[in-house]
Design a protein around this ligand. Structure first.
Ligand SMILES: Nc1ncnc2c1ncn2[C@@H]1O[C@H](COP(=O)(O)OP(=O)(O)O)[C@@H](O)[C@H]1O
Ligand SMILES: [Mg+2]
Length: 329
């Protein structure tokens, strides 16, 4: 086992890529979908980091790779300085007990023929952490934490509302007292009326248990409330990372600027109007454009550079990183 270095990092992601192989029927390999293509960041203990970006930018693939539901094509993922690559099946099972997963679709995430008691007991039984009565009291305690009544334990998932189902998913994600929770668009499939309360619950639990949370969302309006730092993803890459205030008040990347400009203004009469963000579409990840992947949509393009060379990471102000040629020294 690797020696554990004393630091506050719960997770380190180093140049991680996840490529899906596409096979053309009868002709073998057709290429790779470069869903995640070289991302790096750290997550500190108790820190909530948001991952934002349009649909198809690789957020879920990155989340699943961190959860070791996909095996990284390249790069290293370190959990408390232990490399996922070096974990055997037994150690990976332990890892899964340390990392909770809250999916987007709560009903799809819950086994339909199990009662809530069975659903919540399952991780405890798999990891054989406690005896029967301790398991029962842990199940009751966690149900209380997600603010569901004890009599729900004999119900099946379909008997619950979407918001209640998502509370069960959250309860299951934290029942083994993990260090890290990966929440992939945890409220985007819920009714607008319950989104806020489910997000508030997740925030409360994060603070109460000093959890590190990777909060994937395409809703930039919620990141100030939920997270301390933000990673902006575009076409499989992280194009900007910064503290939440710095990112929202002083974005550098043209893509981040466009995303922020498109946050609906809650006071405006047209708050519900859907705005395309920004004009154009993300590129194919099977054949991504050369240079900066955003250049075909960028209004600030430097010809001969942005369309040819991939930008490196610049630090226009301390702790605020952006991969864009506009900020080269
Ligand atoms: N299992 C898979 N096989 C092939 N391509 C996939 C698979 N899962 C995701 N992709 C592709 O990876 C890209 C990123 O998808 P995803 O990670 O779901 O993005 P996001 O969560 O940001 O919407 C998309 O082009 C998607 O089609
Ligand atoms: Mg997704």
């Amino acid at each position: 086992m690797t020696e554990h270095i004393e630091d506050n990092r719960v997770l380190s992601v180093r140049d991680v890529a996840m490529w899906f192989e596409l096979r053309r029927w009868g002709f073998g390999r057709a290429g790779f979908v470069r869903a995640v293509d070289g991302v790096s960041f750290d997550l500190q203990r108790g820190e909530a980091v948001a991952v934002v970006g349009e649909s198809g930018s690789g957020k879920s693939t990155m989340a699943k790779t961190i959860l070791s539901l996909h095996r990284a094509t390249r790069g290293d993922i370190l959990f408390q300085s232990e490399n996922l690559r070096d974990m055997d099946a037994h150690r990976l099972q332990w890892y899964h007990s340390q990392v909770g997963y809250v999916q987007q679709d709560p009903y799809g995430a819950l086994p339909p023929f199990m009662t809530l008691r069975q659903i919540l007991l399952e991780p405890l039984l798999i990891n054989r952490v406690m005896n029967r009565s301790e398991n029962e009291s842990r199940v009751r305690k966690v149900l209380e934490e997600v603010k569901l009544p004890g009599e729900f334990l004999s119900k099946f998932p379909h008997m619950l509302s979407g918001g209640q189902q998502q509370r069960v998913v959250i309860a299951r994600a934290i029942i083994l007292q993990p260090k890290l929770v990966v929440a992939d668009e945890p409220v985007s499939m819920l009714d607008a009326s319950v989104r806020v309360e489910v997000l508030q619950l997740l925030k409360q639990l994060q603070q109460a248990h000093d959890l590190s949370v990777l909060y994937v969302t395409h809703d930039l309006a919620t990141v100030r409330y939920f997270s301390q730092r933000v990673l902006v993803m575009y076409a499989g890459k992280i194009v900007e990372k910064a503290a939440v205030g710095s990112l929202l008040n002083n974005p550098y990347h043209p893509y981040t600027k466009a995303l922020i400009a498109a946050i609906p203004d809650p006071d405006a009469a047209n708050a519900q109007t859907f705005r395309e963000v920004p004009p154009g579409e993300p590129p194919s990840l099977l054949n991504p454009p050369p240079g900066c992947r955003f250049h075909p949509r960028c209004s600030a393009i430097i010809p001969g550079l942005c369309d040819k060379e991939e930008p490196t990471e610049f630090e226009p102000e301390p702790g605020h990183l952006v991969s864009c040629w506009l900020y080269r020294k």
